[in-house]
Design a protein around this ligand. Structure first.
Ligand code: GLN
Length: 448
């Protein structure tokens, strides 16, 4: 709590529930002392990205349009954390409606990277990443639609994990792109990541897209070693002209060394890498334009109170003032790709590419257990460096959006330091429902 106060200038939190968290901690202490059995997350202090509903607390997706809105129920993931006696310390800053890669699109202002305050922490879950990076909480939750957990984790030098689509219920997560969104975990080690996943994963009557598949005991499963894995790396990713040459060199050498650790490492011929970012930005904005139509000033948060406005003008004025620039850009883009005359050329075409990516990925997993690639093309950039160039910002999502397009689990593991002084790591992916082997592998890489 004192840490959160001392590091307030990082702007990692939108709100800290100081008094409430202290009371909860005292109550948990009493319970433990009285000898009652304790939950799996007894006293673990957790931050929530400002897109997750926590009953009775404000949730705004870092947007003016949700100003003053209070959650009326708990997200399933949040409920499961609370059931295991976690302490929710506060809501974390992020890009508005999780749209962004630098946390510069927040209504509450940007978050600073604690390792170099002139740099961005990444996004959209930048506040959640910094809260763990700077030790303001033990673990935190973000949402990952196209890399929003893995990319900020990489920029901040911590672990960022996105489970496969459907592993964790999305009930109570404010939607951006519903067929991509997944709640993700920030942590400093793999055992913490595994424990959180174990608590939150599993079927949910409130979300029909949550997987019915049984949930393994991820923490116990970590005891088993990751041996003799078939690992493929995407040559196209490592040779991509957009990748920082220093990072390319370090990662390429490191990948080849994995053979010496008893794995079988081979290059993968992929062939589709340049289609990934356009496909993601067509489909995710299409879904966003539909999801965000509910914010009309009538049902939630901010509204234009001027008397005498016609209904259409009321919607227009409310949405124009309530949404920020990037969100409006994406609603326009999404509406365009869905509109008559353009639907087939953009939306349908992108759906076909998504299918191709999925099929190709399933083929790859016939021969490989793990796919390796960088998490990001460059380390954390300076605040303001890319704000005027949305295309450059979008292109930086090249390595992360692939896992969301195909619904597979992915993790970013911090391993190296760049000559700029900033951390960077590698990203590993496994097939759907294979989170356990991915976590085991990451456990080995992280040297824990
Ligand atoms: N940076 C990506 C985007 O701006 C990813 C966002 C996310 O995962 N929420 O859409």
């Amino acid at each position: 709590m004192q840490q959160a106060e001392a590091k307030k200038h990082l702007n990692a939190f939108v709100e800290v529930f100081a008094e409430e968290a202290l009371q909860k901690a005292r109550a948990l202490d009493e319970k433990r002392k009285s000898g009652q059995p304790t939950g799996k997350l007894h006293g673990v202090v957790i931050g929530l990205k400002d897109v997750l509903c926590y009953k009775g607390h404000k949730v705004t997706a870092a947007s003016h349009i949700l100003n003053g809105f209070t959650a009326t129920y708990n997200a399933t993931a949040v409920q499961r954390l609370l059931d295991e006696e976690a302490i929710i310390i506060g809501t974390c800053n992020c890009d508005e409606f999780a749209m962004g890669s630098s946390n510069e699109n927040s209504f509450y202002g940007n978050t600073l990277n604690a390792l170099d305050e002139s740099r961005v922490p990444g996004g959209s879950s930048g506040g959640s990443a910094v809260a763990v990076q700077a030790g303001l909480c033990m673990v935190s939750l973000g949402s990952d639609t196209g890399g929003s957990v893995r990319q900020p984790a990489d920029f901040c030098g911590i672990i960022g994990f996105k489970p496969g689509y459907g592993r964790i219920s999305r009930y109570g997560l404010i939607a951006y792109g519903s067929s991509f969104d997944q709640i993700g975990i920030f942590a400093k080690n793999i055992p913490d990541t595994a424990l959180l996943l174990e608590v939150m994963a599993g079927p949910d009557a409130y979300d029909s897209t949550a997987s019915e598949a049984p949930v393994p005991s991820y923490s116990a499963g970590l005891q088993e070693k990751a041996n003799g894995l078939r690992i493929g790396y995407l040559t196209e990713a490592l040779e991509h002209p957009g990748l920082d040459p220093e990072m390319a060199g370090v990662i390429s050498c490191w990948v080849k060394d994995l053979n010496a650790r008893g794995h079988d490492v081979q290059p993968i011929d992929f062939g589709l890498i340049d289609y990934i970012v356009p496909t993601y930005y067509i489909l995710s904005t299409a879904e966003a334009s539909s999801n965000l139509s509910r914010f009309d000033g009538v049902r939630y948060g901010y509204r234009d109170h001027r008397p005498g406005l016609e209904l259409t003008d009321f919607y227009k004025e409310t949405r124009s003032a309530g949404f920020g620039k990037e969100v409006k850009r994406r609603i326009l883009l999404g509406t365009f790709v869905l509109s008559t005359g353009y639907f087939d050329a953009y939306f349908t075409q992108a759906q076909k590419v998504r299918r191709q990516l999925f099929d190709k990925t399933q083929l790859i997993f016939k021969d490989f257990d793990i796919i390796l690639l960088p998490t990001v093309p460059s380390p954390a950039f300076k605040i303001g460096e890319k704000t005027d160039d949305p295309i450059a910002m979008y292109l930086a999502d090249i390595y992360t959006v692939y896992a969301n397009l195909t619904g597979i689990p992915a993790i970013s593991i911090p391993l190296f330091t760049h000559s700029s002084g900033m951390p960077f790591g590698v990203q590993a992916m496994s097939n759907q429902l294979s989170e356990l082997s991915l976590l085991r592998f990451a456990h080995q890489l992280a040297g824990e």
